[in-house]
Design a protein around this ligand. Structure first.
Ligand code: GRF
Length: 245
């Protein structure tokens, strides 16, 4: 069960991955007595999944560019999508990051699509997978491989207003505050352990688009901060609680 991956209080300290090994500063000779050979900080490998305009992806790209991969703690090794012709993919291409597309309709069943998506992501050996406006629910195979290291951002304060219309639903309900939630993905719809949340006030004059734009300003900053902290510090998931070291 994918959920069990999220419930055992496992500490995820990112075992050294393929790319990481190469950047360790090592020598084959045993260190001389009293000499400490320090490992360089290692950037974690991120695969980002998108379905639309990709401004959250852009925020991650900009933060990594500005801060540097080692200081930020992560690099984006690939961007995946469920459709072609989107600005999210164009942003990745401009940044010269490999992209891949797996469309549901190209597969006989949803499970086959899910397995193909998981396989494509696995090919990049990510430490973390980030769903940044990826508008598909992944299935068992994906969660079996990436449960506990698959992060999503949602434009509402979960557990209120889950699903694809979080902004519209909060507005229609008459909520006076809403916001965004960065959380780990489990096998429910926007039900996984919450990592961080940001609050946005609803204004009387708001329509869905104006409110969503203000949420996205907060969401981009939150996602950049959370992904960096997860990557740099490691974390553990204890039931519903996420503890970043
Ligand atoms: C974000 O608000 C995300 O939470 C939602 O879709 C939006 C994606 O925006 N699921 P972008 O593609 O990153 O600009």
């Amino acid at each position: 069960m994918p959920v069990s991956l999220l419930t055992v209080g496992r500490f995820v300290d990112f075992p050294v991955s393929r790319g990481a090994k190469q950047s360790y500063d090592r020598t084959n000779a045993p260190p001389r007595k009293g000499l400490t050979v320090a490992a360089k900080p290692v950037a974690k490998r991120l695969v980002v999944l998108v379905s639309g305009s990709g401004t959250n992806l852009q925020a991650l790209l900009d933060a990594i560019e500005t801060t540097g991969t080692e200081a930020y703690g992560a690099e984006i090794v690939a961007v995946g999508a469920d459709r072609e012709g989107i600005e999210g993919l164009a942003r990745a291409e401009r940044a010269q990051i490999p992209t891949f597309v797996r469309k549901v309709k190209e597969f006989g069943t949803r499970d086959e699509w899910d397995a193909a998506l998981a396989e494509a992501v696995a090919g990049y050996e990510p430490d973390l997978v980030v769903s940044a406006g990826f508008m598909k629910i992944v299935g068992k195979e994906f969660l079996a491989r990436f449960g506990g290291r698959f992060v999503n951002t949602h434009p509402a304060l979960l557990p209120s207003f889950p699903g694809p219309h979080g902004v519209r639903d909060a507005l229609a309900y008459g909520a006076r505050v809403t916001g965004c939630t960065v959380h780990f993905v489990d096998d429910g719809v926007d039900t996984g352990p919450i990592i961080a949340q940001g609050v946005v006030e609803v204004r009387d004059e708001d329509d869905e688009s104006a409110l969503h734009e203000r949420i996205k300003e907060v969401e981009r900053r939150l996602l950049v901060e959370v992904v960096g902290r997860l990557a740099r510090n490691g974390y553990r998931i204890e039931g519903r609680k996420v503890v970043i070291q």
